[in-house]
Design a protein around this ligand. Sequence first.
Ligand SMILES: [Zn+2]
Length: 433
Amino acid sequence: MKAYKFKKLLLKSGWREDMYVVVDAMGNITSISQERPQTTSLFIENIEGAAIPGFMNAHSHAFQYGMAGRAELHNHDIDDDFWTWRESMYACALSHNPEEMRKVALNLYRRLLRNGYTHVAEFHYLHHDRQGKPYSNLAETGQAMIQAAAEAGIKITLIPVFYQQGNFSEQANERQRRFICHTVEDYLRLLESSAAAVKYYDQANLGFSVHSLRAVEPQSIISLFDAVSAQLPFHIHAAEQLKEVADCKRHLKQRPVEWILNNLPVNERFNIVHCTHLDDDEIQRLAASRANAVLCPGTEGNLGDGIFRLREYTAHKGRWSIGTDSHISLNPLEDLRWLDYSQRLTSHKRNTFSDGALHMITQSFFNGKSAMGLAVEDFFSIGKALDAAVYDLTEPHLEQASERHLLSAIIYVSNPQDMRGTLINGNWSQPNY
Ligand SMILES: [Zn+2]
């Protein structure tokens, strides 16, 4: 057992001062109190810091960290957009063997942890070898992600992705050959192997996914839901690009999110990534469905996707969380600020939310947990792991903040350098890199 005394600890009910948090040998919280623990032998670490819950990264393609910052030189004679970027990404996808993928993921996960993320949802579609042949262990590359997470010490939800074809009923192209499961049965075998892979690490669990409506036949998507446990979280990309919306309308006669809402059993286990282009009806219905919109503002900005209609979605009480996606930004504070500032820039108003910092932490934490297939009642609870991002209260902008403004000063002003560190399972993560 050990204990921490936090100068400030964030609970759902607000900041608490001088809080003792005791954890057991597994890193689970056994008590949260302003009373000093009575056990005399207990080591208590005194932290002049403010602890908020560890960030949930609900959307990652780890291999893309291997090309972060390497697709930023543009030729003015040629339009550079999502689709040209995708060609660079395919080249990256074809270049790594499982060991190289593990190394890229390890570097990424260590940096996520350093910046306050404690759990990552790995939306993993690079399944086969470089020739497109399945490995004898179908989850060979997923297992490499699990190994990287275990070595970094971050929690992981492995989400093997069903990717069946190229754009809407077109054959997959050569550069997509590492992604492809031809049938639902092929995908279910991959899911089974992935379920075995997550057992190697006690901080790993499983989700399931379809890459996008363009990548899997509608009937295959529908039948997948008959075959997979209703307990697993489901993830899918949708409505990231205008061309994708137009293609979907041409092939399925509906917009992507509209099709999902009309044809799948949408509920709180659904995590729909991007949702950038929604009409009024989709915004209302998506919010009412209790699905989680996974927003990746750093990547969406980098790729020129567009701006999610967060102001309207929030007015309908829609659920959302964040992800780093292509890893062009690994800073959760930057991504949260992007979300608010993109609304301010388009609305010409500052009040996207009444209390932006609290709203953004609440949404990204609880819905991020749900994206991992987990449920919690509070930011820190007895029986749950002590996972926290801890900010240094001696930093001038935090020292000068009253309790009322402290969370805003963290979210809108701080950077990862202002952290005391990240606690995961009751221990400081040790950045030895
Ligand atoms: Zn993605």
